[in-house]
Design a protein around this ligand. Structure first.
Ligand SMILES: [Zn+2]
Length: 131
């Protein structure tokens, strides 16, 4: 089947399948990790608070530990969204094309991080915007 003029799916089907499997696997293990963290969050916070001696300081330490746990979870949720969006792009047939410039993303880049939405140039522009 030819797909002239359509972005994405320029890769061999076997590559797409392998990347899809990678994405699903990452998604699954990440979900497991987040669930585990939610269950273990309060006991981890208590354990962290106990390590910091003085009782009068414990409130501040508990707050710090909780903020750390939340920040970690936020990162993981962002990763989860990136993985989910990659699967959505696969379903939509736009996977493999940069979401910014529309150019094909290098296969090596996708194999290293299958959730990549941008090509190298756009990603670095995104992370380090020119002032
Ligand atoms: Zn780009």
């Amino acid at each position: 089947m030819m797909s002239h003029g359509k972005k994405g799916f320029w890769m061999k089907n076997e590559h797409i399948m392998a990347l899809a499997a990678q994405l699903r696997q990452s998604l699954q293990s990440l979900r497991g990790r987040i669930d585990q963290q939610r269950e273990g969050a309060s006991s981890r916070i208590e354990a962290a608070a106990e390590q910091f001696g003085h009782p009068q300081d414990s409130h501040a330490q508990v707050t710090t530990a909780r903020e750390l746990a939340l920040a970690m979870t936020e990162l993981e949720i962002a990763e989860l969204n990136a993985l989910q969006e990659a699967l959505d792009r696969m379903a939509a047939g736009t996977y493999g094309a940069c979401t910014d410039c529309g150019q094909d993303i290098a296969l090596a880049r996708l194999q290293a991080s299958p959730e990549a939405a941008r090509c190298m140039a756009c990603q670095s522009a995104h992370e380090h915007p020119a002032h």
